[in-house]
Design a protein around this ligand. Sequence first.
Ligand SMILES: [Zn+2]
Length: 101
Amino acid sequence: MKKLEEIQEELEDIEYEKKYTREKIEKKKREIEELRNKLSEEILEFYDKYRESFGGKVVAVVENGACSVCTMKIPGKVYSEIIKGKEGKCPNCGRWIFYIE
Ligand SMILES: [Zn+2]
């Protein structure tokens, strides 16, 4: 009888975890949706297309004139275009790159 009670209790714990995990999944999904609503169609398309091939790191930022992911220095012409438009593409790794002042 003791064994049965133990297993029953374990099962209830797991059921609780399952419910909790499901709620966490739903919360994350809502967060994703909220963030996606803030982004432009163009970058979302880019993100969805390259998410897997870039191992999840689709975007980068300019750091000391270089790409924060591949660390390659961005050539002058491209660099000034990125500064002007606040974003562009890394000529080396191809990631979407942002310039944050
Ligand atoms: Zn790069």
